[in-house]
Every structure is written in C-alpha cells, then in structure tokens.
Design a protein around this ligand. Structure first.
Ligand code: PGA
Length: 253
C-alpha cells in the first residue's frame, strides 16, 4: 500500500493580481490562516515579478511555486527566467506544461526538458496534462498517456518523488463547471496505472492533482470521490478567504 502523503493544494495565480499590495495581502492572508492546517501542503504560484517580494512567505506547509521557467541554466533567451534563478527565491515547485503555455507553443519535448531541469535542480515539477475534448472512442486516454510518458522521458526514476501530475482537462479550465468526481475517479485510476506500468512502486510517490473550475462547493467531493491527492486552483486562489476555505475543507478529509 502507498504511504500516506500529505494532500497538496496549488494556487495558480496566472497573470494576477495587478498590484504588489494585492499580491502581498493575498499571500499573507493565506499564510495567516495556515496555522491549524496540518495534513495539507499549499503552494502559491504568483507571477515571477512578485517572487522576491514573497520570499518570507514559505513555511514547512506553505511553499512558493513558479508558473514556468526556461530549461537552460543561463544564456541568450530574452524574456525567459531560468530554474537556477528561481531557486534563490525559495521557489520549491514549478508548474510545467500548463495548457495555457502549451497553447503558446510549448511542445511535449520542451515540457520534458523543463521537467528534467527542475527535478535535477532539487525542485518539484507539477506536470500539467489534459485533453482538449473527449471522444467516444476513448482516444483521449492515449493522448494523456503520451503526455505523461513524454514528460517523464529520461527523468531519473529515483527523482520521481519530485514529480506531481496535475490532470487538467482543458474543457474544464476557466469553465462554469468542473468535471464530475465520478469521471475524475476513472481518470485517476487510469493515470495511476500509466505511472505504475512505467515506474512500478516508485510511482506511489507521484501525487495526482485535479485542476479545472475547482471551487468551495466541488472541492471536497473532487478529492474524496475523485480519488486524487489534491487540487490545482486558478480563479478561486485569488481571494484568500475562498482559497483558505478550500484548504480547510481538504485538510479535514
Ligand atoms: P481555474 O483554472 O481553476 O480557474 O479553472 C485552473 C488552471 O488553469 O490551472
């Protein structure tokens, strides 16, 4: 049986908020409410420009994450930020291959390069996978399998404990409704099987999260009935009160 792991909740702020003051008060608001949270780790992923400002935020349950980074250590890559630079700002997680980035041209190959750089740099990679539509033949299952296996290609197996897979069906991101916990349960079984076939018992260390229109009404059931280890949350991570309410719900599972 897999060891009991802490739940993981990731707040993906995307390109929000627009002011330093709001960024600070959001992070501080979450931190303040984390005192009684015991079984859940939380990661805040602000835009790059706020990371240095928030370097006093991390604790042993609250972490800072980045939304992206470049796979190379340094060099002529205008507008990019390297993983090495991020690690100086107490960043311990990096979201890789979010569908919004894949839409801007990030390929499976680029995702794989980034995953390898992140884990060898000692940070954890949150690899996003997800189909844009579902077809009756179930071809989306093969698509997800391929996204996972290509992201993990040549990642040293002993570093798989630095990997988190976030299943985010694109049709459920920024939508009105999340996927149903029942459908999520099927997907989480499938993803666990893909990982198990690939890495055997080492796959037990890889947490699977769900993302896409999570809110305080559906959060509990998605985790409990969907059989995932946590959530990746966009819009609902932008108000400390709502986000904290979700964290507490999950912590009480
Ligand atoms: P959402 O975003 O929670 O606003 O749907 C999730 C995501 O894109 O990671």
């Amino acid at each position: 049986m897999a060891k009991k792991q802490k739940k993981l909740i990731v707040g993906n702020w995307k390109m929000n908020p627009v002011s330093i003051t709001e960024a600070k008060s959001l992070a501080v608001g979450v931190k303040r409410s984390m005192k009684n949270v015991k079984k859940t780790n939380v990661v805040l992923c602000p835009p790059f420009v706020y990371l240095s400002l928030l370097s006093s935020i991390p604790t042993n349950t609250l972490f800072l994450g980045a939304q992206n980074a470049h796979a190379e250590e340094f060099g002529s890559f205008t507008g990019e930020v390297s993983f090495n630079s991020l690690s100086q700002f107490k960043v311990s997680f990096v979201i890789i291959g979010h569908s919004e980035r894949r839409k801007m041209g990030e390929t499976d190959e680029i995702v794989n390069q980034k995953v390898r750089s992140v884990v060898t740099d000692g940070m954890a990679a949150i690899i996003c996978v997800g189909e844009s539509t579902r077809d009756h033949n179930g071809d989306y299952l093969g698509f997800i399998k391929n996204q996972i296996l290509s992201a993990l290609k040549d990642v040293p197996k002993k570093l798989l404990n630095h990997v988190v897979v976030a299943y985010e069906p694109i049709w459920a991101i920024g939508a009105k409704e999340a996927m149903t916990p029942r459908d999520l349960h099927e997907m989480s079984i499938y993803i666990k099987k893909v990982l198990k076939d690939y890495a055997g018992t080492l796959a037990d260390d890889i947490r699977i999260l769900y993302g896409g229109s999570v809110d305080r009404v559906n959060a509990d059931s998605l985790v409990r009935d969907g059989n995932v280890s946590g959530l990746l949350i966009g819009r609902q991570s932008l108000k400390a009160k709502d986000f904290v309410e979700i964290i507490k719900l999950i912590d009480s599972i």
